[in-house]
Design a protein around this ligand. Structure first.
Ligand code: PGA
Length: 268
C-alpha cells in the first residue's frame, strides 16, 4: 500500500485527477471505477476543468460505479445516477451508454442484478482504476463492517452510522434508503489499480485502521493491504493518526525520484 500525504484536500484532488488523466490518455478503452460521496466531488470538478481547458476526452471510457441505492428512480436527485450526471457525466464527452451503476428495482432479483453487474465489468475488460472514498467506519463502497473480504456485487443493509452520516444529504421529509447494491470487496480487489482518497479529521481513525490495523472484516478498507496496487492519498487531517508519517513522506520522495529516472510505470 502506497500512502501519500498532501497538505490539503485540493492537492489530493489534483493528484487523483492526474491518475485518471494518465489512464484516460494512454489506454485505448479505459475502464474507470467511480465513487460518489463528498470526497470525489473535487476530483470530478478537476476532470471537468481538464476536459474544458485541455481537451481531456472521455469518449472511449467505460465506467462502473461502486454502488447505488436499492429501488431508487434514476431520475430521483438522491440517486447516485443523478449524482454522477450532475458532477461528471453531463459535463464531459463520455457516452452515457457506457456508464454503469449497480441498479436494482423492487421487481428485480438483487442476486441476479449482482451477477449481471459482475459480468458487465468482466465484459468491459475489468476495471483499470477504481476510485474510492472511505467511510468513518472503514467501509468502502457500501461494504459495511463484517462484509466478506471476498464479496462480489450484492445488496447490503446500511449500518446506522452510515445512514446517520448520509442523513445530512436528505431533507427532513425526504425518504432515505436503508439498502443499497454495492460492488463487493472482492470486486474492488479485482481492479488493476485502486486509488483511495480521504480528507478531513473524521476519517483519521478509519485511515489508521486501514493502513496499520489488522486485516479484518471490521475495517473493510483493510482488505486493500492485500492489493498489489493500492494508493492511498490523504490530506494532513486524514493522516493525523498515522504514526509513520515521516516514513511515508520519505518513501514518496524516493518514488518520485524513481519515477523521474525511469518514468511512470502503470501496468494497465
Ligand atoms: P464521503 O463518503 O466522501 O462523503 O465522506 C465516503 C464513503 O462513505 O465512502
Amino acid at each position: 500500500m502506497q500512502v501519500i500525504i498532501f497538505d490539503d484536500a485540493e492537492q489530493v484532488a489534483e493528484h487523483a485527477a492526474q491518475w485518471v488523466s494518465e489512464l484516460v490518455e494512454n489506454k485505448t478503452n479505459p475502464v474507470l471505477g467511480l465513487a460518489t460521496g463528498s470526497t470525489p466531488i473535487s476530483l470530478y470538478k478537476k476532470l471537468v476543468e481538464r476536459h474544458n481547458e485541455q481537451g481531456l476526452s472521455f469518449k472511449n471510457v467505460s465506467s462502473f460505479n461502486l454502488d447505488e441505492y436499492h429501488n431508487i428512480d434514476p431520475a430521483n436527485p438522491q440517486s447516485y445516477r443523478s449524482f454522477m450526471n450532475d458532477n461528471l457525466f453531463s459535463h464531459v464527452d463520455i457516452d452515457v451508454a457506457n456508464t454503469h451503476l449497480p441498479t436494482c428495482t423492487s421487481e428485480q432479483n438483487p442476486r441476479e442484478q449482482g451477477l449481471n453487474y459482475e459480468q458487465a465489468i468482466k465484459d468491459a475488460g475489468g476495471i483499470d482504476l477504481q476510485i474510492l472514498g472511505i467511510g468513518a467506519n472503514g467501509h468502502i463502497g457500501f461494504n459495511e463492517p463484517t462484509s466478506s473480504l471476498v464479496s462480489k456485487t450484492r445488496i447490503k443493509t446500511l449500518t446506522e452510522q452510515t445512514i446517520k452520516d448520509n442523513s445530512r444529504l436528505f431533507k427532513a421529509d425526504e425518504h432515505q434508503p436503508d439498502m443499497a447494491m454495492t460492488m463487493g470487496i472482492g470486486t474492488i480487489m479485482d481492479s488493476r489499480y485502486v486509488l483511495l482518497m480521504a480528507t478531513g479529521e473524521n476519517k483519521a481513525d478509519a485511515v489508521n485502521d486501514m493502513v496499520t490495523g489488522a486485516l479484518s472484516a471490521m475495517c473493510p478498507a483493510s482488505a486493500l493491504q492485500m492489493h498489489e496496487n493500492a494508493i492511498v492519498i490523504l490530506d494532513k487531517a486524514a493522516a493525523s493518526k498515522l504514526e509513520d508519517k515521516g516514513y511515508y513522506q520519505w518513501a514518496d520522495k524516493q518514488n518520485n525520484k524513481l519515477n523521474q529516472q525511469y518514468g511512470l510505470y502503470h501496468n494497465y
